[in-house]
Design a protein around this ligand. Sequence first.
Ligand code: C2E
Ligand code: MG
Ligand code: MG
Length: 609
Amino acid sequence: MSTYDEDKELRQRAENKLAKTTDNYLSKLIDQKRLVHELQVHQIELEIVNEALLDARGQAEMALERFSELFNFAPIAYFILDPDSNIIQTNFRGEFLLGKPRFELIGKKFILSVEIEQRPEFGQFLSHVFVHNGVQSCELKLLINKNLIWVTLQASVDISRKTCLIAVLDITERKKAEETIFIQAHIDLLTGLPNRRLFMDRLQQAIINAHRQNQKLALMFFDLDHFKYINDTLGHDTGDNLLKEATKRLQTCIREADTLARPGGDEFTLIMSDLHNSNGIERVAQSILEVMSQPFLLQNEQCYISISIGIAMYPDDADTPNDLLNKADQAMYAAKKQGRNQFCYFTPAMQAIAENRLRLANDLRTAIAEHQFSLVYQPIVDLATGKIEKAEALIRWKHPTRGLMNPNDFIPVAEDCGAIKAIGQWVFLQVANQVAIWRENLNPNFQISVNKSPVQFHSTDNNQDWVEYIKKINLEGNAITVEITEGLLLNASPAITEKLASIRATGMQISIDDFGTGYSSLSYLKKYQIDYLKIDRSFVSNLAQDSTDMALCEAMILMAHKLGIKVIAEGIETSEQCQLLLNAGCDFGQGFFFSKPLSSISFEQLFKP
Ligand code: C2E
Ligand code: MG
Ligand code: MG
């Protein structure tokens, strides 16, 4: 090969190499340019991401700040606690609630603010929160600076279960309102004792416990004797004071475990559980009778009042609250009947009496409509002339199954059940019609007396219909005498005084029935306008010359006459009694010696020659 060729080849090779290198270089250059471009793109992208990140962080920081502000200023107290109740964080409301600044609270145990008796409950609550990882709530009392604060707690544990957040809401006001409502519904505001509702709950509970423990239980039922008189004469405020004082005295006699209650009025009840023998019951009853017999200072005056007590036993007498109460009430009623100021155990015989009363009360409702009542008239004789001047109207009941009944067997029932009002009205109308006839036929000055029960005076009735009826039939008022008992006048209220005055205003007269058997205070005789005293049969039945009864009759007649009151002696059965009374100056007489009570037809026969 020539040199030329060699040179050519060499050059060719060099050219090729150069071309290749150039190519390489160029492609590298292109690559580098692409790389630079890509880098630029990445950088832009990075900048965008960076900006976004910065934005998110700012927002997160702001949110955190806002949350911590919310936490701090929330109207509810928050505490972050660890499982040992150490306070890790709290807010302003939390500081306020526990009464200390945050730096003093952090690190302290929350449980120490909980009322001591409720600490175990709070401990259980907290461990429940951490174990069950749920939202738990409870109500507790906190004791802060000696003040009890009712709170409701809501707790939720965090994901790590290392701390929990507790929201604490002060519900003291609500609790106080609830307490007030409870007190108003269950406590007698005058004495602070449980009222009927709470008492019945307690009795129910006591019966359940006694049943479970196979024990006996006693229920005492108290009723103050003649409380109504105190209330009516000295006013309701004094009556209230008496009830408060009586409560204090009762409380001194009872055991700590017993429940004393005031179901209403002048009635109190006592539940005695955990009884080992009846000695305990009687000791309590006896001491109650004793403390109540001490004088009460009312309006600077010493007043005496006693108490009647009925006792019923669970399970011997009854096994339900109502039944037990009912039986203690029956026993109390028996104690009253036996003369008050004593205690009485329930007996099955009382139940029979109570059932009998209930049946009678039921039968009384239809007795007027079914014309089962009638009146008999007992003559009242002028002792000096021997002439019949007056009569007392006495009611009889022809009961469909029991036969003819005397008033003593049904009037008290009628008084209790309220039927006495209708009965009294019926009697009055009969008497007014009858006396009008007898004034016309027998004697123009004839007078009939009607018995008016104290219960009729205590009702709202103001004699208006009596007055109108007398006018309607053109009867003079003095044709009728109203017989009342001493009990009505002793401590009579202004309303009763007014009713008596209205009776007299129509011309009707007033007689004190069964005089001498009631109360010894005679001051009422000058206070009210009384026309007649009826000396009770008990003074007349054993009347003999120089006897005590004779002295008493003489004294009563003398006193009445001095006061311008005429005297009627009741229950004269012999001529000797009649003579002694006449000698003593007694004006009128009534009794079997002259005549038994008679039907109106038989009564008219007495006047026939
Ligand atoms: P009272 O007003 O004291 O009536 C007198 C009672 O004594 C009558 O009994 C009469 O029958 C009875 N009696 C009369 N003379 C003698 C006698 O010589 N010896 C005996 N052992 N008894 C005599 P009665 O009719 O059973 O009445 C009892 C009570 O019932 C009355 O006592 C009166 O308080 C009441 N009562 C009678 N009728 C009525 C009435 O219509 N309304 C009211 N609220 N009470 C009445
Ligand atoms: Mg009478
Ligand atoms: Mg009488």
